[in-house]
Every structure is written in C-alpha cells, then in structure tokens.
Design a protein around this ligand. Structure first.
Ligand code: ARG
Length: 578
C-alpha cells in the first residue's frame, strides 16, 4: 500500500534508527505478505546478526517505539519477528475523503516520456490470428495506461505489407479479377485468398515466373503494380479496421506504419552499419554478428541485413524503425507487444541497434512478449477446419452468447439496449480473459469461464458497477459524491473495502511499469469482491441513520469510480445496467 507507506516511512526509519539500524539496512519496509496481518511489514530477521538479538526481540523493540508514533495512522504489532503495520479506520476514512475529491483517484502524472508502442501489426492478405488479438488488446491497455500517466504515446501498427509474397498475391489478384478479389478480402476471407495464391505458387511454374517479375516491378516502383498492391493493402485494412472497431481499440488508419513505410531507410541502415565497420560478408549476404548467439552447430549466429540477392530482411526493417522512432519521433521508450516466439529476433535487433549507436543509454527498448491462446485440448486455438480463426466470427459469437445471458438474467432489457449491453459484455469478456492472465503465460480460451458472472471475469466487475448504478438510481443521490463527512469505517467489511480502494493508484503504477495488465485485473477483482461482502453485510439505503447511509454511499461511489476507471484503462466499457 504505497500511500500508507508514504505516511509511515519517516516514523519507521526513526524507530529503526533508534534501534541502531540506519542506511541501506533500514530499507526493510514492504508490503505485508498476509493481508489479515497488516498492510505493511518490517521483517526483522536480517537484523538479528547485526544487533545480536533475536528477531522476536527486535520486532518487539521497534513496535514499542513505533506504535505511539503511528497512533491515528496505523496499528503496529509484533508477530514472530515481523513488525506488522495495519491502517487504522481513522486514517482510511481521511484517505477516502481525499480520494472522493480527486477525479484521478490518486493516480499521479509522471515526468512525461515519449513512447512508441508497436502493437497489433497483422499481415496484409493474411488472417489476423489470435496472437494479433492478444497484441492488440494488451498493447491497447498499455497505451491507455501510459497516456493516463501523462506520457506521450505513438501507436505504431507495424503491418506486414511488403516483401516477396506480394508478387504472388498481386498475380493472384489479377487472376481473380480485381473486383472479385477485393470483395473476398474485404469480407475477411484473407486466409482463403492467401492459400489459393500459395497453392498456385507451389504447383504452377508460369505463375512462379509471373510472381517473380511482379516482385521486381513492385520494388522498382512500377505505378500499376503499386496501385494493385494498394488494393491488397486497403482491402485488408478494411477488414482489420472492422475488427478494431468491434474491439473498441484506439488504433486508427493514422497509426498504420507498415513495413513499406521504412523502405527509404533500408539502404541507410546498411551504410550506417558499414561505416561503423560492423557489417560482414557471409556468402554474399551482408550480416552483423552481435555476439552471444550461436546456431545449432555452435557457430556464431548473424543478423542478416541484406541478402545475397540484394533483398532486405525483417530485421533490417526493424532497425530502420528504430532510426525513425528515435530520430524522427524523439522516442525514449520503444515498446514491442509481440508474441514470445520473436524473442530472439528482438534481442538481436536491440543489441545491433545499441552497437550501431541507433539507441543510447537514454533509450529503453522492451519486447513485451506474451504466451499463446490455446483450445481446451491445450493446442493453439484454431477453427474446426484447422484454419486460423476469423476474429470477427469469434467476437460476434461472444456478443451473441452475452446477449443470450442477458435475456435470461434480465428479460426486461430488450431491443437496441440489449444489443449495446451485449456488446460491452461480450467484447469485454474476450479482452478481459486475455488481459487477466499473466502476460507471458499461455491461456485456454473458454467461453463459459470468460462470460461467467462469477470469478475474475469482466462480467463480474461490470455487474458490480451496474449494481452500484442501480443503488444510486434508487437513492436519488447524485454522483459523483465529492464532499462527504464523516466517512465511517466501523465494520470489518467497510475497512477491507476501504483498504483496497486506497490502493488503486499504486496498482495502476505497478501494472504499467511491469507491463502487466493482469495485476490491475487481479486488483479490480479484489475491489469487486470486497464490495460484494460489504454490500451483503452493511445495508446502504436502509442504513440505521443518514450519516451512515451517506458514508456507505460514498464507499459505493468510490468503488464504482475505481472499477470504471480501471476497466477503461483496460479498454473495457461499463454499462450502467445489465
Ligand atoms: N507482422 C509481424 C507478425 O505478424 C509482427 C510485427 C511486430 N512488430 C515489429 N516491429 N517487428 O509476426
């Protein structure tokens, strides 16, 4: 609990100094491991050899110093060598009053940094797969948190829109007829299109010849070829945009920075590396050996910059991206939300970029990797036909399922309103299932679990929010409540909810600086469940008197604001009724 820590740290330091502990050694104050014991704790075990006393004695000594100093702020107790510090109701009440007045619920803004967040990044004329869904959802949450903390953010949708496959794709487009092909792509049948092209490429020599010539024309900047290429890109983007708009992510056409955008910088990447003398020849290809990587035979592994035929690689484009993001956009932070299989690629690219001076110590490059989405058999999620799942179908199915649930749970919600709520629940469920699992782990895609109104799910959080909205509708009290006094923290359930509410800002910071949205999810779930037991045990509208009623309404309002702000940072909507 960061704000409690700030409130007590000077006194803790003084008490430790009194016992003879100062400097580095005195950095012992941290979160308590068992919530019931306290919010913060000072473990005294490491002090025993220095003070030549038992941890139990030391904890007791410090407690007797500290307890009077923290009266009105926190209760202090010594338990088995730990000094436990637990916020007092009076301090919680004051903190809640401050939060009520604060639109930002305690979340501070930081010294602004400039960040490029590379996310989503599907490939033109190929289905966006669930990996791109994860990148889109996680990347978007990180962007929202960065903006909320006051940073400047460039969203970079690094779509794969360039390279040799485009020769074959353009020829296939011509075979189908432009209009037919455009229809097929615009409808989202991207995989079908790609596979047909690939099948011809594998069997038809004439087609291979045409595809090769087409690549040459594309790279040579032939007008008609470029126009056909644009058809492919535009139609695919039309489909991707449909997915983005269903998902409600921030990405727009302005954020597209596909591979083709860095074309002009590729010769420069080569010349910069060459001027530094780090470019080497390997069978005609130009490569850099960043050191530290070996292939299966144990030989040093190069990063290939330019192939023997003059073509450039994925890595070359990523080096060009770094030049662009650092030098043109002035970014300090380069974040890449991309699946774990590309780990080595990014490590090598970052290393070469450092060696080439494209980044210096002031720049942070971070590969924000994530695990796979699995089916119930633990295999990579695919459609029944074994193909990549069409994301629009997946999202539509979630909305349909959510609509069925609403129809059952609350038949009075109908028509347009039901559809709108179903969208918020269905889309929220898919996003939350993704965000709430630890980022680097795989997770199993499970409709029943993600759409459940119980457990760590978005419907559970959204329902808690809607429930509070309904309390306020019945109370005739207007929100947001700003000035409520006194705030009364009497019952254990009130205290638990209060202790969780004051933690919001530190949990947002923690989720952002570890790029771990799941921490925010776990926290929001803990708020919603503390609210559920509060609401069960502490009557709000029928409270014994007006003061208690207002105080409890203030707790309700803060809970609602915490849930909706937290969910909005994750990119999830909160309907007022469901
Ligand atoms: N288009 C790539 C893929 O689908 C992801 C690109 C990630 N971004 C990057 N700067 N390399 O695998």
């Amino acid at each position: 609990m960061k704000i409690l820590k700030q409130a007590v740290e000077d006194e803790v330091a003084a008490a430790l100094a009194g016992a003879g502990v100062e400097g580095e050694l005195a950095n012992l104050l941290g979160p308590a491991t068992v919530e019931e014991h306290g919010d913060l704790a000072v473990p005294c075990h490491s002090l025993a050899p220095i003070l030549k006393r038992s941890p139990v004695d030391i904890a007791e000594l410090i407690t007797s110093e500290l307890a009077p100093a923290l009266s009105g702020i926190a209760e202090v107790s010594a338990v088995s060598g730990f000094v436990n510090i637990k916020a007092e109701p009076a301090w919680l009440a004051t903190s809640l009053s401050e939060l009520l007045l604060d639109e930002r619920l305690g979340v501070s803004t930081e010294n602004p940094r400039v960040a490029a967040v590379d996310y989503s990044s599907p490939n033109v004329a190929k289905e966006m797969h669930v990996g791109h869904l994860r990148s889109t959802v996680i990347g978007d949450a990180i962007v929202r948190m960065l903006i909320h903390k006051g940073h400047t953010v460039y969203r970079e949708n690094h779509v794969g829109d360039w390279g040799t496959p485009f020769g074959m794709l353009i020829e296939h487009l011509l075979d189908l007829g432009e209009d037919n092909a455009a229809d097929e792509l615009g409808m989202g049948d991207l995989d079908g299109f790609y596979k047909q092209a690939r099948a011809k490429f594998n069997t038809d020599e004439m087609f291979v010849e045409r595809a090769r010539n087409r690549v040459v024309m594309l790279q040579g900047g032939d007008d008609e070829t470029l126009r056909l290429w644009r058809v492919l890109v535009d139609e695919s983007m039309r489909y991707f945009n449909e997915v983005y708009s269903m998902l409600g992510v921030l990405l727009t056409n302005d954020d597209i920075m596909g591979e083709s955008n860095y074309h002009h910088l590729l010769p420069e990447v080569v010349s910069r590396l060459d001027n530094l003398g780090i470019l080497e020849d390997s069978d005609g290809a130009k490569v850099v050996y960043p050191g530290g990587w070996v292939n299966r035979e144990g030989e040093p592994l190069p990063l290939i910059i330019q192939k023997a035929d003059g073509g450039y690689n994925y890595a070359t484009t990523d080096l060009a991206c770094i030049i662009d993001r650092v030098e043109r956009l002035g970014c300090n932070d380069l974040l890449y939300v991309v699946g774990t299989p590309q780990s080595q690629h990014f490590k090598m690219v970052f290393e070469v970029a450092k060696q080439a001076g494209l980044m210096d110590k002031s720049h942070i490059a971070n590969h924000i990797k994530f695990g796979s989405v699995l089916d119930s058999d633990g295999k990579i999620l695919k459609s029944r036909e074994g193909e990549a799942i069409k994301l629009v179908d997946l999202l539509n199915e979630s909305v349909v399922r959510a609509e069925q649930t609403i129809a059952q749970r609350n038949p009075s919600i109908e028509g347009e309103q039901r559809i709108e709520i179903a969208k918020a629940i269905g889309i929220g469920a898919v996003k939350y299932a993704d965000l709430s699992t630890e980022r680097t782990k795989d997770y199993i895609f499970d409709w029943d679990r993600m759409l459940s109104f119980e457990g760590n799910t978005s419907p559970y959080l959204q329902y808690a929010y809607a429930r509070i909205c309904s309390i306020f509708r019945r109370s005739k009290v207007h929100t947001p409540l700003r000035d409520v006094s006194p705030i009364i923290i009497e019952h254990a359930e009130e205290a638990l909810l209060a202790r969780r509410l004051v933690n919001f800002s530190s949990m947002v910071d923690e989720a952002l600086y570890t790029y771990s949205p799941h921490r925010l999810c776990t926290y929001l779930h803990s708020v919603a469940s503390a609210f559920a037991s509060f609401y069960e045990n502490c009557p709000v509208l029928s409270a014994e008197d007006d003061e208690i009623r207002m105080s409890r309404l203030a707790l309700c309002d803060l809970t609602a604001r915490t849930l909706s702000t937290g969910l909005s940072l994750l990119g999830i909507d909160c309907p007022e009724q469901m």
